[in-house]
Design a protein around this ligand. Structure first.
Ligand SMILES: [Zn+2]
Length: 236
């Protein structure tokens, strides 16, 4: 009877190609979600910067509103002051004077508010500027990382194509029935359809093997399978 060992050794080598291929394919399949994650972190930072800018714009428009009302108070004061001279009676005079005082105190409240706003605006402009600088830097880093990552994936794709081509050539050395048996086993078993016998145990699942199986594997006249995981056993 033929000894299958040389062919099983070839099959074991073929499995190394398969392991490499599936490792590379796994890395490639993770790429889209990793790129997406990086893009999301950039979007998040952009939104945070936009929020800071909106706050800055809001404070500025509030300041403009205050300046408009300050202007109207000033106009009211000068209108009332002009009215003082034409006051016909003492009571009218006093009433106009009160109006001037009221407008004056309103005016100083608004002036204080404007000063406070200017202070806030100044602080906010520093915050916005540094957030924008940070965003620019972050965007540069993320875009660079994505580009490098995409190049890496391209390299992996080239590599996997090359390994697959080698595998296609290599598999011609193995008879079809054995190859089919192996591929069927491999697909349901973590990418490994053949394993070595290590210290009387199956190298795939770790189960102790019956002496008869070890003996059969040693003779190698036929395919021998692990009782537990059904992988092809190879005694080197
Ligand atoms: Zn096993």
């Amino acid at each position: 009877m033929d000894n299958l060992r040389p062919e099983l050794k070839l099959l074991y080598e073929l499995q190394n190609y398969d392991i490499r291929i599936s490792d590379i394919r796994r890395k490639i399949s993770k790429a889209p979600s990793l790129v997406e994650e990086k893009k999301k972190s950039l979007e998040y930072k952009k939104t945070a910067t936009e929020t800071k800018k909106k706050n800055f714009v809001k404070l500025n428009s509030l300041r403009k509103e205050k300046e408009v009302s300050l202007d109207s108070k000033e106009k009211a004061i000068s209108a009332h002051s002009a009215g003082l001279n034409s006051a016909k009676s003492n009571d009218v005079y006093k009433a106009v004077l009160l109006k001037i005082e009221k407008a004056g105190s309103d005016k100083s409240v608004i002036e204080n508010e404007i000063l406070e706003l200017m202070d806030k605006i100044e602080k906010e402009s520093v915050i916005v500027k540094s957030a924008e600088d940070e965003l620019k830097e972050f965007e540069k880093i993320i875009k660079n990382e994505i580009k490098e990552f995409e190049n890496f994936i391209k390299k992996l794709e080239k590599e996997v194509t090359a390994v697959e081509k080698e595998r296609e050539e290599y598999k011609l050395k193995i008879s079809k029935p054995i190859l089919m048996q192996y591929e069927r086993l491999r697909d349901g078993r973590d990418g490994r359809g053949i394993c070595l016998i290590n210290n009387e145990s199956c190298g795939g699942c770790g189960m102790m093997l019956r002496p008869q199986l070890i003996n059969q594997a040693y003779k190698c006249h036929e395919l021998v399978f692990c009782d537990n995981c059904s992988r092809i056993l190879l005694q080197k």
